[in-house]
Design a protein around this ligand. Sequence first.
Ligand code: A3P
Length: 282
Amino acid sequence: YIRYHGLLLPPVAHTMKSLEFAQNFAVQDSDVFAVTYPKSGTIWMQEILPLVLNGGDLTPIHTIPNWDRVPWLEESRLASVVDQLVSPRALVSHFPYNLMPPSFSTSKAKVIYVMRNPKDLVVSSYYFHQMAEFLEDPGTFDEFVDKFLEGRVLFGKWTDHMKSWMNAELGDRIMYITYEDMLQDLPAAVRRISNFLGRNHSEEVIQKIAEHCSFKAMKTNTMSNFSLVPKIYMDNDKSHFFRKGIAGDWKNHFNSEQLARFTSVIQKELEGESFSLPWNMD
Ligand code: A3P
């Protein structure tokens, strides 16, 4: 892994050059970032964003792989595609707030911060580590939970990521949404995103976007389901990127001791914060 400002970042796509490129990136006022802690629904928002920005034109999601369509701020691909991006540009990032480029702070660019129940994202991450050959073996689930709680995982501690963005004070430049909100009512989530971005799309457009961003539609879209990635990087025989797409799978993985440990660490780390978590943590 690469170490960057105390965080572990995955190799291959992240290089010191790409991180420097991200720091010097000239953010435009019209840019929109989908920011997440890994496994919170990044690729889902990556699919929704350009459709909201282009009024539901499906061409990009069926012709351009997601990593070029909505590039990662911190990954090396950005330098190759940046000149082809048309304004308003959509980007994704796993950066905590403090690692965003200086030009982001001075811009009017917007952010959609997607968060997910940490118990489910640790399960999702556990399986992702099994299939992503560029990541280290997660070990047992028990070991992986410990690593997660100690922040010895990609992009560091979940609680630090949450604190950085929840306290970012970006006013109307930031919208918070949960993975669970999106699961419960995707058209309502798309409507919120559309209003946040000043696109008051018709109900017909909202429904169309939601339909094309369902789990089933994305899982079968070769431009979004990572089937174009060679097996040496992602092995679909071990697990799938589009694995289950549900809330509450943690119940099939945590024993009572792990749950108590998990809850107590998370609650302790968030003690005194001015925000509260949108999930029942017990
Ligand atoms: P699971 O492993 O729990 O299935 P990220 O994109 O941040 O890496 O997050 C990946 C998780 O989001 C995976 O969770 C994946 O299945 C889920 N996901 C992606 N698109 C989805 C969709 N359209 N509906 C529901 N879940 C989705």
